[in-house]
Design a binder for this molecule. Structure first.
Ligand code: PLP
Length: 427
């Protein structure tokens, strides 16, 4: 018998956490699942507040990868032998875990990619090739990450289409009345982020979808910054496409998902050729595989898919609602403390902020602030956060961004606030 230590739903570090969760969200206990949080930088305890860029990994996710490499590793789908079948079973069980996690109707709607960026590029190519012609319009919002702008610009350049932008208010909220006016018979697709990686704005994507659907226009939601923080439901949102990354939700790097409604994915042509996306090949003609394989060329990262499913088991056992409550409470606490700092400017909406706080203090350059906070052991992100058009809209070059995860604590917020004050005093 091959020694696979756990299958789906049997993540080893989960049972302890579940017991704790039944009582309350015990963040100190949760932190023990993340070995990296115990380390020091520059002789100071690490305060990791760069979760919007990538999250740390619980032990069970790393162990799932090691375990599969040591005990199961074989290429998936193609082998008749035992290991290949076992690796295939794990990979396909992971697809089912993702389906359940986002409440998609079918596993045929779950395409494994390398991450949000690749998911959007896949769609921009396939959708662009088959659905967009000269003069057509693609709508994006003013607060998109470059990954949800550039693939559409590239596609527009190829097809002679035009990019339109939903404007936002100074507080970082989408102007829905202006959005309605943008839609017309030339609109082919609306692309909107669920949560802004800079402002923390939680966009009303359900409304965005409903309005677009009234005009017969499909919608892509960029879920890179929502899936780590609260439960998402494809059938409830009713979006046509949804993209997210494993590494931002406690899973490994190099794996992500493109969700698409089956009726759309059926219509779209493949993105890349080779491997599992093929049914039959001759020099005269090639026929393509069924969904979801039609969009998965080459050997998939079956180790990462299994580890992503382990991360899903992990956050599910903690409870997405518990994670949301914990992070909301922490974000509110941080906002309240930070507001008291002299010269503090916090970007984004006052209410309904997700676990991301972008700020500037007086005229201290964001890079100086970030570098000096780093020396205190505090990891934050600085710069334009891959959202240069948004920076231009705000009239700034960049911000400092603290982004929270399920393991951050009030004490860490206190360290951040004291750190900002110390840096401010130096200037
Ligand atoms: N979209 C948003 C909103 C993001 O925050 C990010 C990453 O920061 C991306 C897309 C790109 O994600 P990835 O680099 O995992 O492809």
């Amino acid at each position: 018998m091959i020694n696979v230590r756990w299958g789906r739903g049997q993540c080893p570090c989960v049972p302890d956490v579940v017991t704790a969760m039944q009582m309350m969200y015990d963040v100190n206990r949760v932190r023990k699942d993340f070995p990296i949080l115990a380390r020091q930088v520059y002789g100071k305890p690490l305060v990791y507040l760069d979760n919007g860029a990538t999250t740390q990994k619980p032990r069970c996710v790393v162990e799932a990868m090691v375990d599969e490499y040591y005990n199961v590793n074989a290429n998936v789908h193609r082998g008749v032998h035992f290991l290949s079948q076992q690796a295939t079973d794990l990979h396909e069980a992971s697809r089912e875990s993702v389906r359940k996690f986002i409440n998609a109707r079918s596993v045929n709607e779950i395409i494994f990619t390398r991450g949000t960026t690749e998911s959007i590029n896949l769609l921009a190519f396939s959708f662009g090739e088959s659905m967009v012609k000269e003069g057509d319009e693609i709508v994006v919002s003013a607060m998109e990450h470059h990954s949800n702008i550039v693939p559409w610009q590239m596609m527009c350049a190829r097809k002679g289409a035009v990019l339109k932008v939903i404007p936002m208010t100074d507080d970082g909220e989408l102007q829905i009345d202006e959005y309605v006016k943008l839609l017309n018979e030339k609109t082919r697709l609306v692309c909107c982020t669920h949560v802004s990686n800079v402002l923390g704005t939680v966009n009303p994507v359900k409304e965005v979808v409903r309005i677009a659907h009234e005009q017969g226009v499909p919608v892509l939601v960029d879920g890179a910054q929502s899936t780590p923080h609260f439960a998402v439901d494809m059938q409830d949102l009713d979006c046509d496409f949804f993209a997210f990354s494993g590494h931002k939700m406690y899973g490994p790097t190099g794996i992500g998902v493109l969700y698409g409604k089956e009726e759309w994915l059926d219509k779209l042509p493949p993105y890349q050729g080779g491997g599992e996306m093929i049914k039959n090949v001759s020099f005269e003609q090639t026929t393509y595989n069924e969904l979801p394989y039609k969009f998965e060329a080459g050997t998939p990262d079956y180790i990462a898919s299994h580890a992503l499913a382990t991360a899903i088991d992990y956050v599910t056992a903690l409870g997405m609602d518990n994670i949301f409550r914990h992070e909301q409470e922490l974000t509110r606490y941080a906002m309240d403390c930070m507001k008291e700092i002299e010269g503090m400017r916090i970007f984004g909406p006052v209410e309904g902020h997700d676990a991301v706080i972008s700020f500037q203090v007086g005229d201290i350059h964001h890079l100086d602030m970030g570098t000096l906070l780093d020396r205190l052991g505090i990891a934050v992100r600085t710069g334009h956060h891959c959202a240069e058009p948004l920076m231009r809209r705000l009239g700034i070059e960049g911000t400092v961004r603290a982004s929270f995860g399920l393991y951050n604590t009030r004490e860490e917020v206190d360290v951040l606030v004291e750190g900002i004050k110390r840096v401010a005093q130096m200037f």
